[in-house]
Design a protein around this ligand. Structure first.
Ligand SMILES: Nc1ncnc2c1ncn2[C@@H]1O[C@H](COP(=O)(O)OP(=O)(O)OP(=O)(O)O)[C@@H](O)[C@H]1O
Length: 263
């Protein structure tokens, strides 16, 4: 196991002192090279869980181990891709993609080679000298993803990276992620509210309950790889699995509505 979370509990406090229980007794583990998607009702605690797993938030109780060491002090290189557009507007695409390598002190020639290879791999060749504002939303997301891949993290945490993209750009980006994952076999933890996205990409889908989030169920996605985003959703296995998880997810969404109505 590359990542192991045991009995995680996490609370927040609002400005008027109200306690919000975000995570309750969450335990899960992730194998090296595995692609795991986390789904659940809106507001259940998915992002909080990802941030705790990535070591960005300290849990109130429980622990997260990455390669056997506490997540916050582990030396395992990790990448984090959030919903936000985090490209630096004053740097070209090449300069953005090589940013992590530059911070780590890699020589210019070497980092340019790595960045140029990744830029070509995701079809951004020709845009090396462009600035982020000159690219479409999908192209910018691609640049963000390869900027993370450039410094070769062992494990990547992705929080709804396709938010705000149109369907076509999202599908293209999913194909890119599938291809890059197939080639690099990184360990990926991916949070999404879109079940089809989760099944298309992942080896395993973890369903979180309505808040406070606990692990409600896990589903193995044994669809063959390589996968094509355009075709996979029409296969009987995909439809069957989607129906099964959808039923369980809908129950949690209804619970979440009821909780909101009664609070
Ligand atoms: N920094 C914070 N301070 C206070 N409350 C917070 C904080 N971060 C999250 N919360 C609360 O914790 C709960 C879980 O939030 P979280 O963002 O993890 O859910 P989510 O499942 O990722 O939501 P969505 O699907 O809408 O993105 C929510 O009730 C949210 O308001």
């Amino acid at each position: 196991m590359i990542l192991c979370a045991q009995d995680i509990n996490k609370f927040f406090y609002t400005q008027n002192g109200k306690q919000i229980e975000a995570l309750k007794d969450v335990s899960l583990s992730v194998r090296k090279h595995e692609f795991v998607a986390i789904v659940g009702p809106s507001g259940c605690g998915k992002s909080t869980l990802l941030n705790v797993l990535a070591g960005l938030y300290e849990p109130d109780t429980g622990q997260v181990l990455i390669n056997g060491s506490p997540s916050r002090s582990s030396s395992v290189k990790r990448g984090h891709i959030s919903q936000a557009d985090t490209l630096l507007p004053w740097r070209t695409i090449m300069e953005n993609v090589e940013l992590g390598l530059e911070i780590r002190g890699m020589a210019k020639k070497e980092r340019r080679e790595i960045a140029a290879m990744l830029i070509k791999q995701v079809g951004l060749g020709g845009f090396e000298k462009s600035y982020p504002f000159e690219l479409s939303g999908g192209m910018r997301k691609r640049a963000i993803i390869i900027r993370t891949l450039a410094y070769a993290p062992e494990i990547i945490f992705m929080d709804e990276p396709f938010v705000g993209l149109d369907v076509q750009s999202r599908d293209e980006l999913m194909d890119d992620i599938l291809k890059l994952w197939q080639e690099t076999k990184k360990t990926i933890l991916f949070v999404t509210h879109d079940l089809a996205e989760a099944i298309t990409l992942a080896d395993r889908v973890i369903l979180m309950s309505a808040r406070p989030a606990t692990v409600k169920a896990e589903y193995l996605v044994s669809l063959p790889r390589p996968r094509s985003v355009a075709e996979i959703k029409f296969t009987p296995q995909f439809i069957q699995l989607h129906k099964r998880i959808w039923r369980d997810l809908s129950n949690e969404v209804m619970k979440s509505y009821r909780n909101e109505a009664s609070s």
